[in-house]
Ligand binder design. Structure first.
Ligand SMILES: [Cu+2]
Length: 531
């Protein structure tokens, strides 16, 4: 059975996309909705405008990176414990794909799973029909089937790929996608990919069972009593409501839930306690190790591929100079630690502080004891203890307001043609999450090619959400101009984040929470180009 990525209110829009695409996509699945009214003016994935946009990206003499990704059941060893999972090419993470900016990636994806599969190329501004959203941009690849993804990668940076079907991201179906900038001559020679994950598959529960448990309320033991179970979706009508005014209402339980400087995600950070937290597929007890030289400058490419867990990352004895986020450069800013939400990436330059074994720690945000760890190693000697704390974790924490896009990366100054307020709604007690766009629940943000769109992401819930837009890189409006370009942005509980995006990549693009369980429970919308 095809796993549904979308809630029923999506049926009408999806049918319209399928009809415009003219490829019969999703017709059978969504036939029940066919009698409802529909728009025929959508720019579908098969539309000529999509091919035209791709042609504009293509460079003469571009290289082609050929890769085969075979998704299949496999066994992963976590510090001696064997767990069964699903992965690409029998490794977790999947193989690192490296290309140069302007190259064409030709990825043949073979599905040897018992479920349908698609692959999403997270952060890449690619042609819509290669975006990998089942029943929106393509029919899912059936078990035993294969599909060739072929697209140009224009922008250099740190990206990743992952399954976009159901809860498959919380298996091992992900890997790094690094696009080199051949013109960048100042970058450190050593480039280290640090891929973070929370791991439960094969330890007694599959991700599908986890979702069932979340829906039936069997999650972390404290969830039924905490504020996360309150439905806050009507609180926007209270005058003057903002996170800061709520945070000062002293003594109330609510104020304890609100974001603070040291707890920017509030206190209800995660719903799940995972048995393992991994860097590059390895737990802290058997850590991933990188050979480096004392005093050497290295670039870390930090990618959070977790489904439910944000991490705070630091290197013992060294500061981090952040040079890019979500693939796009920022003016370098030096800090002690960065908070990385699911789907976010940071590039950071580090000077290896000393000889020996230097811990690179990714602490689970909101938890005092859980962390992932890797080791920067310059010689022999014992690994740091798995629960090593580094003082940098309590040092200066990077905020979005610290980040400014480089001149080349910044969007041109322009007034928005259109503003959408996207309310993020839901609560833990029903585990139904959703979106309301300009007061409507149809989840559609209609845009025309060439427009500047402003999205006001208004979180009406007591949990934080990392919101990801496919196919585009927006600019976060932070107050320090120009804000960073990003494709995934953290929206703290009961708070608002504004982003601007240029509608320059025609098609139908998902906008969703990158907490995979929130997305599966309905927190998604569609940036929908019309003619
Ligand atoms: Cu969420």
């Amino acid at each position: 059975m095809i796993k549904r990525w979308f809630t029923p209110r999506w049926l009408v829009a999806l049918i319209a996309v399928a009809l415009v695409a003219g490829a019969g996509v999703g017709i059978g699945l969504w036939a029940n909705a066919a009698s409802k009214p529909r728009s025929t003016a959508l720019v579908g994935p098969g539309d000529r405008a999509v091919a035209t946009a791709e042609a504009a990206r293509q460079k003469e003499g571009a290289g082609v990176r050929n890769v085969t990704l075979t998704a299949a059941p496999t066994t992963l060893r976590l510090d001696g414990r064997k767990v069964t999972t699903w992965a690409f090419n029998n490794t977790v993470p999947g193989p690192e794909i490296r290309a140069n900016a302007g190259d064409v990636i030709r990825a043949r994806v073979v599905n040897r799973l018992s479920e349908p599969l698609t692959v999403h190329w997270h952060g890449i501004a690619l042609r819509n029909d290669m975006d990998g959203v089942p029943d929106v941009t393509q029919k899912a690849i059936k078990p035993g089937g294969a599909f060739v993804y072929r697209f140009t990668v224009s922008d250099p940076g740190t990206f990743f790929y992952h399954s976009h079907v159901g809860t498959q991201l919380d298996r091992g179906l992900y890997g790094p996608l690094i696009v080199n900038d051949p013109k960048d001559t100042t970058a450190p020679r050593r480039d280290i990919t640090v891929m973070l994950d929370d791991w439960i598959d094969g330890t007694g529960r599959t991700p599908d069972k986890v979702l069932d448990d979340l829906r039936s309320g069997a999650t972390k033991s404290d969830d039924s009593s905490d504020m996360g179970s309150m439905d806050m979706s009507d609180m926007g009508s209270m005058p003057g409501m903002s996170s800061s005014s709520m945070g000062t209402s002293d003594g109330s339980e609510m104020s304890g839930m609100m974001p603070t400087k040291n707890n920017p995600l509030g206190s209800d950070v995660t719903d799940l306690a995972y048995p393992y937290y991994l860097v590059n597929g390895r737990p802290a007890t058997d850590p991933a190790t990188f050979k480096v030289t004392p005093g050497e400058r290295i670039r870390l490419r930090i990618i959070n591929a977790a489904s439910e867990t944000p991490f705070r990352v630091a290197v013992g004895g060294s500061r981090l100079t952040v040079t890019a986020t979500d693939g796009f450069p920022v003016r370098p800013v030096t800090t002690d630690t960065v908070l990385v939400g699911m789907g976010e990436r940071y590039d950071a330059v580090v000077t290896v502080p000393r000889t020996g074994a230097v811990p690179l720690v990714a602490k689970v945000e909101g938890e005092s004891t859980q962390s992932a760890m890797a080791v920067l190693r310059t010689g022999t000697g014992a690994n740091p203890m798995p629960d090593t704390k580094v003082k940098e974790l309590n040092g200066r924490l990077l905020t979005y307001a610290d980040l400014r896009a480089t001149q080349a990366a910044a969007l041109p100054t322009r007034q928005p043609d259109r503003t959408y307020t996207v309310d993020l709604t839901g609560n833990m007690s029903t585990y139904k999450w959703g979106t309301t766009t300009n007061g409507k629940k149809d989840g559609t943000l209609t845009v025309r090619q060439g427009q500047r769109i402003r999205l006001v992401l208004d979180n009406r819930t007591m949990m934080w959400h990392p919101i990801h837009l496919h196919g585009h890189t927006f600019q976060v409006v932070t107050g320090s101009t120009p804000g960073p370009r990003k494709d995934t942005v953290i929206v703290p509980p009961m708070s608002r984040v504004t982003v601007d995006v240029d509608a320059n990549n025609p098609g139908q693009w998902a906008l969703h929470c990158h907490n995979i369980y929130h997305a599966e429970a309905g927190m998604l919308a569609m940036l929908s180009y019309v003619k």
